[in-house]
Design a protein around this ligand. Structure first.
Ligand SMILES: [Zn+2]
Ligand SMILES: [Zn+2]
Length: 339
């Protein structure tokens, strides 16, 4: 099979993913073989390539927003049949026995494996996964449109749940890329009387236009002060400053949730009185559970979410990642993978 593989930590500008021919994987016990048709491009790939979240071995096949069809079943695998369309996200496996797993918090499992980091991911024509970590894809979505739902969508949904948004509240979104443009659609559906304020880098006119089109009640730049205090905020950006800005603009008792696996720059020093007093809270989102995906995918079809996607060939993965780093992808980047 064809795959774009990462051989070592590099800078994204060096075009580090190399096209390789690898043997088609064989599904083990309880696993399914999936022929990949689309794989979303996530910011976590930049963190992996640049070493902020290092893959557990090299070479590694990145990519954890995978849509494809079941082509083979390992021994004992019975949840799907050949030809079924499935999705695979960031969580690839969890132990099922630790205190976190037993509470349904498998996102915090110490021995969990992550797709495209510990297990081969979707920048390839085929992949294998334990059948319990694959999800049926609602018919509503094409393969390409479904791909960003599997990480940007699922983790955005988790962040929205954790931030405490309610129908009469004001939600701030810092950064307006793949995840935020899905979260705003979920928010407008679940909380029709709530308000959404969107903050982007000042020059990101396309992101601001998309935010307005999707119903943002106010759009500004990261350092702007919005017309009302925020009840809650989600920070999707790869840098530290918006965390402080979110806390500064927060209402008493509000909460900022940070939806990022790593930050490329530090969070600036906080002033206790200005940024934290009055019971303001700061919380991160780490990974996802299967339940997040199982709840979110049917909801995405019901709303229905309309993901904005920009397509690339598998061989163009490096170029897609550079554009992502520069904040130049409108919505979500997706690799379309030919047979
Ligand atoms: Zn991701
Ligand atoms: Zn566990």
């Amino acid at each position: 099979m064809k795959a774009m593989v990462l051989e070592k930590i590099s800078s994204v500008e060096e075009k580090p993913l190399k096209l390789a021919k690898l043997p088609k994987p064989t599904p083990g016990r309880g696993q399914i073989l999936v022929r990949v048709s689309a794989c979303g491009v996530c910011h976590t790939e930049l963190d992996e390539i640049e070493g902020r979240v290092s893959p557990s071995r090299f070479p590694m096949i990145l990519g954890h927003e995978i849509v494809g069809r079941v082509e083979g079943l390992g021994s004992g695998a019975s949840r799907f049949k050949r030809g079924d369309r499935v999705g695979i996200g960031w969580i690839n496996w969890a132990c099922g026995r630790c205190s976190f797993c037993l509470k349904g918090e498998e996102n915090l499992c110490d021995t969990a494996a992550w797709t495209g980091k510990d297990a081969y991911g979707g920048y390839a024509q085929y992949t294998v996964v334990s059948e319990g970590f694959a999800y049926p894809i609602p018919e509503k979505f094409t393969d390409v449109k479904a791909a960003p739902l599997l990480c940007a969508g699922v983790i955005g949904y988790r962040a929205l749940r954790l931030c405490g948004m309610e129908d009469d509240k004001v939600l701030g979104l810092y950064g307006f890329g793949a995840s935020a443009h899905i979260v705003i659609q979920v928010t407008k559906y679940k909380y029709p009387n709530g308000k959404v304020f969107v903050f982007t880098r000042p020059h990101q006119k396309e992101h601001q236009d998309l935010a307005r089109k999707l119903g943002a009640d106010w759009v500004g730049a990261t350092r702007d002060t919005p017309p009302e205090k925020l009840s809650c905020a989600i920070d999707f950006t790869p840098v530290g400053e918006p965390v402080r800005e979110g806390l500064r603009n927060l209402q008493k008792g509000g909460r900022v949730v940070v939806n990022a696996i790593r930050k490329a720059t530090p969070i600036p020093e906080l002033d206790y009185t200005e940024h934290l007093w009055y019971e303001k809270e700061l919380k991160s989102v780490a990974n996802v559970t299967r339940r997040d995906a199982q709840e979110f995918l049917p909801l995405a079809a019901e709303i229905p979410i309309v993901p904005e996607t920009q397509e690339f060939e598998l061989e163009e993965a490096n170029e897609a990642l550079v554009l992502l780093k520069e904040g130049k992808i409108r919505g979500a980047g997706v690799l379309k993978i030919a047979e």
